[in-house]
Design a protein around this ligand. Structure first.
Ligand code: AMP
Length: 120
């Protein structure tokens, strides 16, 4: 798998506004926020897409959700709520091929969460 910009963030080769880090995951603010609160939780292990998650990764992906909820709580968004999203491949709108959990909060979010995309 080729290296993504998120590997560079993990390796501190490019800066990010980091909210949490341990040996398994990193959480940082999205550079192009789509809600008043918008951060990403990524595994340090490079997994390209949801399709590439294996049985071995189950605890890691569950842990990503627990970290997301803890940060949302720290930011005061637990009670009113938040949304987690993981986009997969082109139709899912994935642009960075290192799995990441989007966490969006801070306002009442619309549903469904998508707009039709125009073909380029
Ligand atoms: P996705 O389209 O689901 O693959 O989401 C990729 C997300 O990464 C987008 O919301 C981008 O705004 C975000 N992103 C890309 N580069 C950076 C960066 N250097 N720092 C923080 N977020 C980034």
């Amino acid at each position: 798998m080729s290296e993504t910009i998120f590997t560079k963030i993990i390796n501190k080769e490019i800066p990010a506004d980091i909210l949490f880090e341990d040996e398994r995951v990193l959480a940082f603010k999205d550079i192009s926020p789509q809600a008043p609160i918008h951060f990403l939780v990524i595994p340090k292990k490079a997994i390209a897409t949801t399709n590439d998650i294996t049985a071995e990764d189950e605890a890691l992906v569950g842990y990503m959700h627990r970290v997301a909820a803890q940060i949302a709580a720290d930011l005061g968004a637990a009670e009113q709520g938040f949304r987690t999203v993981m986009n997969c491949n082109e139709h899912g709108g994935q642009t960075v091929y290192h799995i990441h959990l989007h966490v969006l909060a801070g306002k009442a979010l619309g549903w469904p969460p998508y707009q039709e995309r125009l073909k380029a």
